[in-house]
Write a protein that binds this ligand. Structure first.
Ligand code: ZN
Length: 511
């Protein structure tokens, strides 16, 4: 979806009232399968429109090219694979079976070229006439497994369709060798495939639960269906909250517990659309489409492989939800064994926490909150102790305090307290002396230079204002009537400043 975020950038630059050109819209549709309705909705968010006419022109142009090429009996693609396809397409038998005892090699490739033979230790590609191996499509990854013959074996590490109808198996030959025309036994890795099927049906259930919970504006924007996990990207304009996410997960698990049959049917495209089947790639499907239905809950155009009953999924666990670009969210989830393993791991973590906190799991959240509070209190205490160490105690040392009438005038001098720590020390003094009349001029020398604070007790602030004390001492700075902070005095002048401060305050109080 990198392309999508690029487009969003483009939208932003286009500014209000701009138009996304038809060819750009078509490219997103054609290359990335982004439905035009989805793009239009996205554009609306930026107060833009899509050049729908231009888009339709591009679409018609592509249809025309397709008609031309189908008259010539061909689809476009890599000439090497096109040449192979002309000799014969691959029949996919993997919806119903995972093994085939009598497949034939149509071609062997090495280093991207047709080869006579592929021998032990070599990597390459094998094309078969019939195969149960699912080729990567619609988010579902390609199957892995084994191709074997008398004395020969190869691991299939991936399967894909470089041109529609031609199944290419990426292999590593582990014994003997393979050549065109050979009869072979093939076997899909059942465990991996079973995982992919659980996750694929899981994405359909998730898609339906998202639309049911968040609204029908939710449209699939991409997906990954792997044996061990699934990922589903969709259009939605804000984060999915924890309660919604729990509800969505519950809805999927309800469908799993219901153990509904997963029905697949091939039907006319218009008929499928009329029946309410969701299409992701729109026109990219042919006249005949395959529809996967979980009765009463989900119905989608889909060429992927699915479990027979929803109960085969076992368990569905959401592991993450996040935004991946403007208006697009991603949900990650686990099913089957992977979900059970994850649940077991989470349980293990809870047990360890219970053991360490000496409480049961229901008490853990409270216990954690209490611990955080305790840590915060200890940190405050530690900071105060550190401050006392730095200042030799925050109580006024004799000589720092003078009395002017009944008013206490405190002029301490600190070393090494920065502005923040200095303010904290003064605050502590103010809190302790809340009930008596006082004024203070406190100074601290640190790397930042000399910092001066003037403060006045509440009872005095109508008579003497803290910023005025600084001003009278010829310092820069300011603050509230009861607290001001300033600077602009050299370290060597601090003692002189303290004397002047006492004198100044005396004058202000007796004026
Ligand atoms: Zn699907």
């Amino acid at each position: 979806m990198v392309e999508l975020s690029k487009t969003v950038e483009k939208l932003r630059r286009a500014g209000k009232g701009g138009v996304i050109p038809g060819p750009d819209a078509f490219r997103l549709y054609d290359t990335y399968g982004l439905p035009i309705d989805f793009l239009e909705e996205l554009a609306q968010d930026y107060e833009l429109t899509v050049d729908r006419e231009g888009f339709e022109r591009e679409l018609e142009g592509q249809r025309e090219r397709a008609r031309q090429s189908s008259k010539m009996g061909a689809v476009t693609g890599d000439p090497l694979y096109m040449g192979l396809l002309e000799k014969g397409a691959t029949q996919f038998i993997g919806y119903d079976s995972l093994a085939h005892e009598d497949a034939h090699i149509l071609a062997v490739l090495k280093d991207g070229q047709l080869a006579a033979r592929l021998d032990e230790g070599e990597a390459g590609q094998i094309v078969l006439d019939e195969t149960p191996f699912y080729a990567q499509a619609g988010g579902q990854v390609g199957d892995h497994g084994i191709i074997a013959a008398q004395g020969s074996a190869a691991d299939v590490e991936d399967t894909h369709q470089p041109v529609p109808g031609l199944y290419v198996h990426d292999v590593q030959v582990t014994a003997g060798g393979f050549e065109s025309g050979m009869a072979v036994r093939v076997h899909v890795d059942e465990g991996l495939r079973a995982g992919a099927m659980r996750n694929h049906t899981g994405t359909h259930l998730l898609h339906a639960a998202l639309r049911e919970t968040l609204g029908t504006h939710v449209k699939q924007a991409g997906s990954l269906v792997a044996p061990d996990r699934l990922r589903f990207d969709f259009s939605h304009y804000q984060g999915v909250g924890p309660r919604e996410l729990t509800h969505i997960q519950n809805r999927v698990n309800e469908q799993i517990l219901r153990n509904a049959p997963v029905q697949t049917r091939v039907m006319g495209r218009e008929e499928a659309l009329a029946a309410g089947a969701l299409a992701f790639f729109g026109d990219k499907y042919g006249e005949r489409v395959r529809v996967v239905e979980i009765p009463g809950f989900s119905k989608e155009f889909c060429g992927g492989t699915h479990v027979r009953q929803t109960g085969d999924i076992g368990l569905f666990l959401v592991t993450a939800e996040q935004g991946i670009s403007a208006g697009t969210r991603r949900v990650e989830a686990l099913t089957g064994e992977a979900a059970i393993t994850r649940a077991r791991e989470d349980q293990g973590i809870l047990e360890e926490l219970e053991e360490s906190a000496k409480t049961d799991r229901k008490g853990l959240v409270d216990e954690y909150a209490k611990m955080r509070e305790k840590i915060r209190a200890l940190e405050r205490e530690r900071d105060q102790l550190k401050m006392r160490l730095a200042t030799g105690g925050t109580g006024p040392a004799s000589g720092d305090v003078q009395e002017v009438g009944d008013v206490q005038v405190w002029t301490p001098r600190f070393e090494g307290l920065d502005r923040k720590a200095h303010a904290a020390v003064v605050d502590e003094y103010r809190n302790k002396n809340r009930n008596r009349p006082f004024t203070l001029v406190s100074s601290s020398s640190s790397d930042e230079g000399v910092n001066v604070i003037s403060a006045v007790s509440d009872s005095l602030k109508d008579r003497v204002k803290a910023p005025e004390i600084l001003k009278r001492l010829g310092l820069r700075g300011g603050g509230r009537p009861d607290f001001a902070q300033g600077g602009g005095v050299a370290a060597g002048d601090v003692d002189d400043l303290r004397r002047k401060a006492v004198e100044g305050i005396r004058q202000m109080l007796t004026a």
